[in-house]
Structure formats: C-alpha cells, structure tokens
Design a protein around this ligand. Structure first.
Ligand SMILES: [Zn+2]
Length: 454
C-alpha cells in the first residue's frame, strides 16, 4: 500500500469529483487500490462516503455519511461528504455500507470434497492444508466476511497457521478466532475413525483432542489454551458428516464438557459445543458452554434454557441444501447424506421456534462443508424462516462480535473499532439477497475489493 500523500489540489479535485456525480469515484489524496499480499495489516487510512449506512447495532439506517478510518481504526462517522483532505476517498453513492460480516462457524483449512473420503486427512500435510486455507481465506474475504470463527480442524493447528499468516499480512483473509482441534470422544464427531481402517494406521496429528473422562478433557482444553486457541470446541453429540455418529445421541458427558469449560473460562476463552440432539444441547448449556453449534433437534426446554442462560445458537440452516445436491453428486457416504436429509428441515423449523422465543441466534454456516465464499447464501433462509433482514444482519455483525468477545474490535461501524466495512448496491433491508453480491470489502482500512471505476 502507498501511504497517503499531502495533496495541495485535493479541494479542487474533490469539487470535480462531486460535480461529476459519479456513483463510484475515487477522490481526495489519491486513488484507492486493491491490497495485495504482503501488506501491513490494519494500517489503512481512508474516507468512505456511504449513500446509506447500516452500523450493525442500531435499527435505523443512516444516509449520506462518511466513515473516516485512520491507521486501521474508525475515528469518526461524519454527516455528509465531510472532506478529509489528507485521505484517499471512496465515493459510494447508491451503495449501502455495513460492518464487515462475521461467520461464527467455519472450517477454513478444509474442502467440501473431503467429505467424499475422510481418509484424505491421514496424508494431507500442513503445507497442503495451508494452501487450501489461503484460497478459502481469499474467497471468504472477497464475499464480505472480514471475521470468522474457525471451530475446528482435523489436522491440529492448521487454523493457527492460517490465522497467523493473515495477521502478519502474508495472506489476504478475515480475522480468525480459532479452536486448534476438536475435543471429542474416541469415534466421536471430531474423530477420524473410518470403517475398515485400523486405529494404528491413523496419524496422531488428527486425534490431538480425542480422549475420555473429565480430567483428560481438562488437559486437552489446556493444550488448546496454551497453544494459542481463541476458543475451545467440544463435540457433545454425534455428527452428520462422520461415520457412525448419531446426531440425536450424546457423546461427551456433561461432566466432561464442564471440565473443558472450567479450563477455557479460567483463561477467559469461550466454549462452543457441537450438539444436534435435544439432550446433548441441554447438557452442554448446563455444563456452561457459550454457544451451541447446529442445535438441529433442540426442544422447548432447550430453547428456554438457552434463553435463560444467555447462550447463543449457531444454526447453519443453509448447508443442508448443498450437501443434498452437490454432496450427492460427489458421492459423499450414503450415511452422511441420510443424516443430512433427516436434520435439514428439522433444524430450520427449530430455528423459527428459537427465534420466536427470543434466543440469540448468531450467523454461522459450516463453511468448507460447502465452498467458502458462498457464506451469504444463508441470509435469505434466515429471513424466510422468521428473521427480519435487520435481525439477520445483526446476527452476522454486532451479535456475533459479542459472542466472539470482540465487541471492542469488530461487528459495528463505530469509532474505535477496526475499519472493517463492506458495501453492496441497493438496499439489503428490502432484499437480503444483496449480501450475496458484495462490491466493496475494506479490512483494517485497507481495500481488498473495490467496484470497477467508471
Ligand atoms: Zn462444523
């Protein structure tokens, strides 16, 4: 990135810029250009004039506002065009600006086609996983997701390698909160047992979090904390996309989950629990987890418990469509397709019930079960199933940031937070599908995607 230069003729150029009435015009002290790696993360300074602005926390959009970003952070939301003569400018009349979106359930270093034969993880190297992660990170950022939570990787710590390379500015991608590996029982939803493969043939690096008993799970949680995880992930029920798992059956016990929660919370880290089944969801909540992933078969008691305890549900209501079509075409195991078919509509109905009851629902998609970058396909389903468009936007901005523990960094367009901003043409409150076509992506004040200049 070039640093902004003092520019004596910027006033004249601004006037010319406004007079031209351009829908998109780069004015001020130089033309913004798309950031390429390597770059200095969170170093950007930019003034973005938004025709309409949704700040991620208040219900009413604002019009004709300039977001001023200096050294990676938002310093002001100023009415009108508010010329900042020393800054490069981006004119976005006709666009709606929003905070960078947040996906709370991703697996950035993996691929959908891995589901066709999970044995690929036995031989994949960390370098190969990183190459997958780099491509996924670019696609995710380009789709407008400037922050993700990565809730587990089969090959331990490939998520940390990717996170750190993005933070260093070596790779273009979203901010990542990572789990490192899954805490799961032998043969559980986070284990990689495959029928016909002896356990002795499975490499240890894909079973780092596989154990039994509260004391052992506490040790594995500590391993995650000490290794630099930003959250701890536990597998409380069977999984859809794993051999032999029964989604409606418990796996880790309440005591085992509680042991992991105690370690994570002592380190001020949140805990996310994979749980499809009604009893596993309640056990996980009573064990003290912060978010429940999937929640496909949550019952009325579980909904009431989640609400009373302030636990959020991450209901990945889009990806079942992908699995049922593309997964079928790719010959994913019949067992996976059956469990997906059984749980997809059930989960969507419970999403409606949980929303009606006022439970916190955060945007999470299980990206990498479907191709990364298609994350926003989930928004229209959330709206069809009961949310207002503004609720769906908050679930992927301020509400998600709350459950990351990153409210002071991301999720809103407000002074002090990172300059993470996206823009779409038109009004996403009238058509939430607009979020599937993000034209502008700025992260830490650096443009990573810009519309074509007229
Ligand atoms: Zn997942």
């Amino acid at each position: 990135m070039t640093t902004p230069r003092p520019n004596g003729d910027s006033v004249a150029r601004l006037a010319a810029c406004f007079a031209a009435g351009a829908i998109v015009a780069a004015c001020g002290a130089g033309t913004p250009s798309v950031t390429r790696a390597p770059y200095r993360a969170d170093s950007g300074s930019l003034a973005v004039h938004c025709g309409t602005l949704i700040d991620g926390s208040t219900d009413e959009p604002r019009h004709d506002v300039t977001v001023v970003i200096r050294d990676g952070r938002i310093v002001a939301l100023a009415p009108g065009r508010s010329p900042q003569q020393d800054l490069r400018r981006l004119e976005l009349d006709g666009y709606t600006c929003l905070p960078g979106l947040i996906d709370m359930h991703t697996h950035m270093t993996e691929l959908p086609q891995d589901e066709a034969d999970l044995r690929v993880f036995y031989t994949r190297t960390r370098d190969e996983a990183q190459a997958i992660g780099v491509a996924n990170a670019g696609a995710t950022l380009s789709a407008g997701f400037t922050t993700v939570r990565d809730v587990g990787t089969y090959i331990a710590w490939t998520d940390r390698i990717l996170r750190d390379s993005i933070d260093r500015g070596d790779v273009a991608g979203p901010r990542m909160q990572i789990a490192g590996f899954y805490l799961t029982i032998p043969g559980g939803g986070g284990d990689l047992l495959v029928p016909g493969v002896p356990e002795s043939a499975i490499p240890a690096r894909v079973r780092v979090g596989v154990t039994r008993g509260p004391a052992e799970f506490a040790k594995r949680a500590q391993l995650a904390v000490d290794g630099g995880a930003g959250l701890v992930k536990v597998i409380a029920s069977g999984a859809v996309l794993a051999y032999g798992g029964v989604p409606d059956a418990n796996e880790m016990t309440r005591e085992e989950i509680a042991a992991a929660v105690a370690v994570a919370h002592a380190a001020h880290l949140p805990v996310a629990a994979h749980a499809h089944g009604a009893q596993a969801i309640k056990d996980a909540i009573l064990a003290g987890v912060d978010t429940v992933e999937h929640a496909s078969y949550i019952d009325a008691e579980g909904i009431a418990l989640a609400k009373a305890r302030g636990v959020a549900l991450t209901m990945d209501v889009y990806n079942g469509d992908y699995t049922d079509t593309e997964g079928r075409r790719q010959h994913w195991p019949e067992e996976f397709l059956r469990k997906n078919f059984e749980s997809t509509e059930a989960q969507r109905q419970r999403f409606t019930a949980a929303h009606a009851a006022g439970v916190a629902l955060i945007f999470g998609t299980d990206a990498s079960v479907y191709p990364d970058g298609l994350n926003a396909r989930q928004f229209p389903i959330m709206v069809q199933r009961g949310m207002t468009p503004m609720e769906a936007i908050k679930s992927a901005t301020s509400l998600a940031a709350h459950f990351l523990g990153w409210e002071d960094r991301v999720g809103r367009l407000a002074p002090g937070l990172y300059g993470d901003l996206i823009a779409v043409q038109g009004d996403p409150l009238a058509d939430i599908g607009r979020l599937q076509d993000v034209a502008v992506v700025i992260k830490g004040g650096l443009p990573f995607k810009l519309p074509a200049l007229p």
